[in-house]
Design a protein around this ligand. Structure first.
Ligand code: HQG
Length: 182
């Protein structure tokens, strides 16, 4: 059984499924047994052990269980507008990074960074992670964001439990193309 493939399906269920059965809007929690039953339809060997492994081994810490492991949620990345996920609002670092593809640059430089289909614009704490995010869309390019100035100007910037920084919109005057070698 391909755990990466199951993890992709799991992220979809926990971030984008509009079926209210899965996601409690208050906190984004889904019932573990319902999630396993759903995954079993496509992956008949799916069980709690495999789910525990997927959560524990996830390189980006995408998922959390509640203390009893009866509920599970994605820590960030949601598109469902009404889901409220627990986030911190710590003091931001001076700079954060956003990885995107060169083909989006014209539009981004004109309009600013928008959440597109997700609830938030996702920002990375380091260039390496941003390059990986950008590669998912094509030839990567990294933008450096003046995060501290963004907050000092009255914008809100959150950090998800797995360390992804999130904000509603980044106007063009708060970022530029990052020219470091990557
Ligand atoms: C771009 C992954 C045109 C934006 C990653 C991005 C991340 C614009 C794309 C998380 C634009 C949206 C999120 C504008 C932004 N005009 N394009 N004005 N503003 N865009 O996938 O940030 O692996 O929704 O640059 O690690 O790529 O799934 O967002 O290229 O944390 O856990 O529109 O997803 O996490 O793409 O990725 P996405 P993202 P997971």
């Amino acid at each position: 059984m391909d755990k990466t493939e199951i993890s992709k399906k799991l992220s979809f269920l926990l971030r984008h499924s509009t079926e209210p059965l899965y996601i409690d809007l208050d906190g984004g929690w889904a019932d573990v047994s319902v999630v396993i039953d759903t995954l079993k339809k496509k992956y008949p060997d799916m069980n709690m052990d495999i789910l525990e492994q997927i959560v524990a081994e996830d390189a980006k810490g995408r998922y959390s269980f509640d203390s009893e492991h009866n509920m599970i949620r994605a820590n960030q990345g949601h598109s469902i507008p009404d889901v409220i996920i627990e986030m911190e609002e710590p003091d931001p670092p001076e700079f954060l990074f956003h990885g995107t593809a060169t083909r989006f640059l014209d539009s981004i430089l004109k309009e600013g960074l928008k959440p597109m289909s997700r609830q938030y614009v996702h920002l990375s704490p380091d260039i390496k992670t941003a390059v990986e995010v950008g590669k998912r869309h094509g030839k990567p390019v990294v933008l450096v964001i003046r995060a501290k100035d963004l907050v000092d100007s009255g914008n809100r910037l959150y950090r998800s439990l797995n360390g992804v920084w999130l904000t509603k919109y980044v106007p063009t005057d708060f970022f530029k193309i990052c020219n470091s070698l990557y």
